[in-house]
Design a protein around this ligand. Sequence first.
Ligand code: ASP
Length: 323
Amino acid sequence: MPTKPKSPYLPFGDQQTAPWYGKDILSVKQFSRADLEYIFSVAHEMRVMVERIGTFDLLKGKILANLFYEPSTRTFASFMAAMQRLGGAVIPIRYSSVAKGESLPDTVRTLAAYCDVIVIRHPEVGSAALAAQYAGKPVINAGDGVGEHPTQALLDVFTIREELGRLDDLTVTMLGDLKYGRTVHSLARLLTRFKNIKLNYVSPDVLRMPRDVIEEVEEKDLPQKEYTVLDKVLPETDVLYVTRVQRERFENLEEYEKAKDAYVITAKTMEKAKDRMIVMHPLPRVNEIAMEVDKDPRAAYFRQMEYGLYVRMALLAMVLGKA
Ligand code: ASP
């Protein structure tokens, strides 16, 4: 396996002893509870700064390559906005020479020559880790197929912290496509860092949470239960995490058609939920949450995507030695 070549350049003014300096962010498995507390405190500061002054020059002169091989609205735009809010610049790439037959390692080596940090989204599991081997610059995984989406899970947990004021003693119910939804794979893993968490997985039989994720969570002694209907667990739920059925991952579209409208959250559904709870969704939403729910104060999904900006600002500052 090729090892990552060290950059021959010593950037001037970077805090090279900072704990996250030069690190890749590939999986939530990297983060301890203390790491999370640290990231969230930096993200919280970013929020305050953006609210107070908007844009500031913490990463002035730094360049991010935003390399996306799959559709994205929020992750793509929020990484761009994060870099620009910090005074840095972005090379956005959505259509690279891979279309001409170039390999991912070659594309990544090329970008690493021009930038300081690479964010990558790619349809294959393990692609971000592969990119990291060749980059010689920090690589951030923005979703690798059905694998992980670590920055989404970080922003999800940050959302829970900002909205409910705690990260322990929670019942979290994940609903929808738990098989192909990479955000729930990362989130379930990350929630094992907290105390007294109970996980409920509600999905059609064909879209159950993968065995490997369940086993990893089991090792950490978290109670988990699988269901096919929401009714029973909704009244005890503090966080209802709704996901889209991932059409693009199905081999058999007939199966997709059968599963796609399995759950739809409506104002009527919300009558059975606690007064103090939140509904989250990584977005994009298709049909799984009716628009009438948007005005319910418990609907946190649009605030959630905003928190993503602050978390991504924190991560960029950390890996570039400025936090
Ligand atoms: N935006 C999220 C992702 O990239 C969720 C989704 O696509 O449904 O995984």
